[in-house]
Design a protein around this ligand. Structure first.
Ligand SMILES: [Zn+2]
Length: 119
């Protein structure tokens, strides 16, 4: 697969999120991540590590989530999407399969209610 590395670098430096870059280049999220990590190993200063979404300065209630759908269980679930997450490892939380998983988009999830803790 031919990926325009200059374009990738440009998008990366613009601060665009991984999912957005992958979509822009028309490649899967996981490929995008692996290209960046390979390029970073060759030339670390060219590909600075960006602030993780886990950064406490960011809003605690807002999370960038990647949505997946399991066509077998007919459930949609979300996995938090930040650079360190290897989304190629994502499995259905119900049936634990990978083969029924389909990409269902991504976006911001805003928590409006705290989980009620039992006890
Ligand atoms: Zn499933």
């Amino acid at each position: 697969m031919a990926v325009d590395k200059n374009r990738l670098h440009q998008l990366f430096m613009s601060g665009m999120l991984m999912a957005g870059i992958a979509k822009e280049l028309g490649i899967p999220n996981a490929s995008c991540q692996s290209i960046i990590s390979k390029e970073r190993k060759k030339n670390p200063e060219h590909w600075p590590l960006r602030k993780s979404k886990r950064d406490k300065a960011a809003s605690d209630s807002e999370h960038f989530m990647h949505l997946y759908e399991c066509t077998y269980c007919v459930v949609t679930f979300a996995v938090e999407d930040y650079e360190e997450v290897d989304h190629s490892q994502t499995v259905c939380p119900i049936c634990h399969s990978v083969e029924h998983i389909e990409d269902a988009g991504y976006g911001y999830f805003t928590k409006t209610k705290e989980a009620e803790k039992a006890g």
